[in-house]
Design a binder for this molecule. Structure first.
Ligand code: SF4
Length: 447
């Protein structure tokens, strides 16, 4: 039975020292009760109180650490079912598949491809996080050799799957010792052996099956001392996986059902690559902590990473860039000046089109609290006054010889007002960023 905030508060030091990052012990107790903080965050808690509160105050979903310190991934400790209630905390880790059945040259080639699969979107670099290696050869020696090769080439966190628990133990205590690999034994070993692997190494155990069998097995391995666990529906069709993910999350968060209070791992692989990538996107949204995917084609992987990027932002804080003057290319006093908002997607849409045009430009990102052009205009945050204030505050007048600026075509209605307020000549640019290149070449001229 989970403890209430007041029950936890009674055992806290009540010193209100703020070392836990929270203003008071009472507020901290409420956060612990809600699963948003752990007792370890209070450095002043006595061992006696820690033991008394123990498991009962653990978050409804545990935090699990995967991978070496240099590329550590944290998953779990989610607190809400719905993103509009609060943000999702720890982004889904995407693991790309490899097999130990091929030769070393094939593995090295796959590692090179893994490193090259990087994308830039709204100013962030997107890439897969892990490698999922399957023991398809059935040979322990081949598995260990593959692990060594991959770990030497790309020291990212790994998921290992094998029918043989001995093979997994050899990898986790050998080449991957100290790197917290996820180990998934498909051979259904006894719970004692699985727990032994989890307690003698720092491996994270993946326990797969239907909800009931997973809950029973988690209880069994926890009784033997294992704590680092991922739960999984296994290789099942998309709808069944989503059912598992949703029911497990509900049981953990709403019912505080401890055996299912662990982050989940799903598999989105198959002959139909498009369907598998769609499954992966759905698992990212609801509620997978690790997705094993065979989306090696850039257009498929980018779709999954984009879904993750969108889902794991804070819905109450629009993604925004710093509101200021940006200079792209070798600008001169004659270079065009474009105005947009500081909503990331708006800014980066303009920036990428300017870069593609190869025309050096200045872009003035006006502070609209991260809202897009039309939203900001409707909310009266992108108007003649705010744009004029941004012009003056940016110091752009000292950098350009002209007094001309280009506004987005969607707010053409503001042109006369901005001209009157600022004294600058206002050119109405294209409605969509895709028209910027042609506009710069054909319509921009200093008059
Ligand atoms: Fe209270 Fe501990 Fe937080 Fe200090 S660190 S405010 S004692 S809960």
């Amino acid at each position: 039975m989970a403890l209430t905030g007041l029950e936890i508060y009674k055992r806290l030091p009540k010193e209100n020292c703020k070392e836990c990052g929270v203003a008071t012990c009472l507020a901290f107790a409420m956060k612990v009760a809600a699963g948003q903080a752990g007792l370890n965050d209070c450095p002043r808690l006595s061992e006696e109180a820690r033991a008394a509160l123990g498991e009962a105050s653990a978050p409804p979903q545990r935090l699990v650490k995967i991978g070496p310190d240099s590329s550590l991934i944290e998953v779990g400790q989610e607190t809400v079912m719905f993103r509009h209630d609060d943000r999702f905390q720890h982004p889904t880790a995407v693991a790309l598949t490899m097999s130990d059945a091929g030769d070393e040259a094939a593995l090295r080639k796959a590692c090179r491809a893994f490193k090259e699969l990087r994308f830039t979107r709204v100013g962030q670099t997107l890439q897969a996080d892990m490698i999922a290696l399957a023991n398809e050869s059935g040979s322990q020696d081949k598995m260990l050799a593959a692990v060594k090769t991959i770990h030497g080439e790309v020291p990212v966190p790994m998921v290992l799957s094998s029918e043989s628990i001995d093979c997994l133990a050899a990898a986790a205590s050998g080449p991957l010792a100290g790197t917290r690999p996820v180990v998934w034994c498909t051979g259904n070993p006894p719970a004692e052996k699985l727990a032994e692997l989890g307690t003698k190494t720092d491996a994270v155990l993946c326990i797969a099956g239907d909800l009931q069998s997973v809950a029973d097995r988690v209880e069994a391995v926890m009784a033997k001392g294992a704590r680092n666990i991922l739960i999984s529906p296994g290789p099942v069709p998309g709808p069944r996986a989503l059912e598992f993910l949703t029911q497990a999350r509900r049981a953990a968060l709403n019912k505080k059902f401890r055996p299912l209070g662990f982050p989940a791992l799903t598999i989105a692989c198959g002959q139909d690559k498009n369907a598998a990538a769609l499954d992966a996107c759905a698992y990212v949204c609801k509620y997978s902590a690790v997705v094993i995917s065979d989306a090696w084609e850039p257009y498929l992987l980018l779709a999954i990473l984009t879904a993750r990027q969108n889902i794991y932002t804070d819905p109450q804080k629009p993604v925004q860039v710093e509101p200021r003057l940006y200079e792209l290319g070798e600008v001169t006093p004659e270079s065009p000046l474009l105005v947009t908002t500081n909503f990331s997607l708006s800014y980066y849409s303009v920036e990428s089109e300017v870069e593609a045009s190869r025309v050096p430009c200045r872009i003035l990102a006006v502070d609209t609290e991260g809202t897009s052009v039309l939203t900001a205009w409707a909310a009266d945050k992108f108007n003649a006054e705010t744009i004029t204030a941004a012009l003056k505050g940016s110091g752009v007048a000292d950098k350009v010889r002209h007094r001309q600026l280009v506004i987005p075509g969607h707010v053409a209605v503001l042109a006369a007002l901005i001209a009157e307020e600022s004294g600058w000549k206002v050119l109405v640019g294209p409605k969509e960023a895709s028209g910027i290149g042609a506009f710069l070449k054909n319509d921009w001229k200093i008059s």
